[in-house]
Design a protein around this ligand. Structure first.
Ligand code: ADP
Ligand code: ZN
Ligand code: MG
Length: 496
């Protein structure tokens, strides 16, 4: 179809993603070099003959990377291959010292999976075509300009050989916003599996393929025929490293491609680069074809047999299922359930607390109080989960009325986090234990005796008087009485 003819019809956006995620392993995928990077490490210090691609060096597959890939496959409800193998993808680029990348080609470890996303309350299934293992190349540092204007470029092979999983979706996205939801969901699942760290720099990299097809090619169920997909010229946008970046880069591309079509110009099939600082995509090169890579079998690695691994390697309950269970088992509302499953560690912590207390009390203390105070301090549950006992002790003291909720929240919890002290020690030091009944009764009697004017006002029906008296009692008991109880006791005495 000519561009002119296309412009006469409504256009639908079609997007497919190729997502590279870094798998959390101790060592690189084909050698024993550490994957633990640090900010002040020397360039090219975490390397060996294998990841530098020196002649004669032989790769040895890291079992941990394969286990992680199997977990990802199970979580995506994919087929995990029983027999799989590696290929060489040949291309010349300075970040790749061997001139080929070891990757998977015709027998990926995972295929035919799916991930459900929810956008504006609408659930959608995104099909995963494949997910395979490969090695990361090194990294380039352009000096004196960007990729196209630098004076010179430095290369660092510390990253070379880091295990990656490339997850390829079907072209199932119909808007940039959906890709953002997908990436967030994918990261959440991968973090639950314990195979991924979103906070690690460069742990997520996305290539986004985008084209426009005539809207009448989209069937009622949202599917688009293969012919229409193949006929559409698409661009592949590289260098996207965040959820937001994906949405922005794709929104830019939608506009750019629509403009081209409206002006009667064809969309070029090409690879483009997302320039985050300028918020635009720029043309890099015409798109490579598969034959450009001269794939052939990696003869230095034997075929991989993982027949029984899928049974052998367990995965934890995934976020959606856990949210659902929290709502049913603990009677939580959607918002609390979402908060309490935001990470696996938060969910585990909550369930430990909920074992000992009523779920509502546990939910309030973890979701509202603890997460709120942690967030304020830029801390995570993982920073305090070794203090679970102290936290449950605090909730226990509240539940037993040995300390007021207000003091527990505003004094004890905060001091626990700021000073690292234990709840009982803080309560002793601050004299926060709740007053016993005698003490409160005495304070009530005193307050009535010492404030005849307020008593008179109370009997005259003045609303503020009781609050004043409650305040007096609270002062006398050093804030250790329960204001609601005090109010009741005062009224009982005054109404006698
Ligand atoms: P190739 O290997 O030629 O790049 P693939 O079929 O392997 O093509 O698909 C690569 C990526 O492009 C996948 O994420 C896929 O979903 C996406 N894709 C395929 N067709 C289209 C299209 N018409 N528009 C947008 N993305 C597409
Ligand atoms: Zn190495
Ligand atoms: Mg492909």
């Amino acid at each position: 179809m000519t561009a002119q003819a296309l412009s006469q019809r409504d256009l639908a956006t079609v997007i497919g993603l190729e997502v590279h995620v870094q798998l959390e392993t101790d060592t690189k995928i084909f050698c024993g070099c550490s994957t633990e990077s640090s900010e002040d490490e020397e360039p090219n210090s975490r390397t060996c003959p294998v990841c530098l691609g020196l002649p004669g060096a032989l790769p040895v597959l890291n079992e941990g990377a394969v286990e992680a890939a199997v977990k990802v496959g199970k979580a995506l409800d994919a087929d995990v291959a029983e027999h799989t193998r590696f290929h060489r993808k040949n291309y010349y680029y300075p970040d790749l010292p061997k001139n080929f990348q070891i990757t998977q080609y015709d027998a990926p470890i995972c295929a035919d999976g799916t991930l459900e996303i929810s956008v504006e309350g609408q659930r959608r299934e995104i099909a995963i075509e494949r997910a395979h293992l490969e090695e990361d190349p090194g990294s380039l540092q352009h000096k004196g300009g960007g990729i196209d204007t630098a004076d010179y470029t430095l290369v660092n092979y510390n990253r070379a050989g880091t295990p990656l999983m490339e997850i390829v979706t079907e072209p199932d996205f119909r808007s940039p916003k959906e890709t953002r939801a997908f990436l967030a969901k994918l990261e959440e699942v991968l973090e639950y599996l314990g195979v991924f760290d979103a906070a690690r720099d460069g742990s997520l990299r996305v290539d986004a393929n985008i084209s426009l097809v005539p809207a009448d090619e989209v069937a009622d169920d949202g599917s688009i025929g293969t012919d229409a997909l193949e006929a559409a010229n698409r661009t592949e946008v590289k260098n996207i490293s965040s959820h937001k970046g994906a949405e922005q880069a794709l929104a830019y591309e939608v506009t750019r491609q629509k403009n081209a079509v409206q002006r009667g110009r064809a969309v070029e099939q090409e690879t483009r680069h997302w320039d985050e600082s300028r918020g635009i995509t720029v043309s890099m090169r015409s798109k490579e074809e598969e034959k450009d890579y001269r794939y052939f079998r990696e003869a230095d690695l034997p075929p991989l047999e993982v027949a029984d691994w899928k049974q052998r390697i367990p995965i934890p309950e995934l976020p959606d299922a856990r949210r659902e269970r929290f709502r049913e088992e603990y009677g939580l509302d959607a918002e609390s359930a979402a908060k309490l499953t935001s990470t696996k560690e938060v969910a585990d912590f909550f369930e430990d607390v909920a074992e000992e207390f009523h779920p509502d009390l546990a939910a309030t203390w973890v979701a509202d109080n603890l997460l709120g105070e942690l967030n304020y301090r830029d801390l995570e549950v993982t920073d305090v989960d070794d203090r679970l006992d102290e936290f449950t002790r605090l909730v226990e003291l509240v539940a037993a009325d040995e300390i007021t909720t207000k003091n527990a929240e505003e004094v004890v919890l905060r001091r626990m986090l700021d000073e690292g002290e234990e709840p009982d020690a803080i309560i002793d030091a601050e004299g926060l234990g709740t007053a016993d009944d005698d003490e409160v009764a005495t304070a009530v009697a005193e307050a009535i005796e010492e404030n005849p004017d307020a008593v008179e006002d109370y009997h005259a029906g003045e609303g503020g008087a009781i609050n004043f008296l409650v305040g007096q009692v609270m002062q006398k008991t050093g804030g250790s009485a329960d204001p609601g109880d005090v109010n009741g006791m005062l009224r009982d005495r005054l109404d006698e």
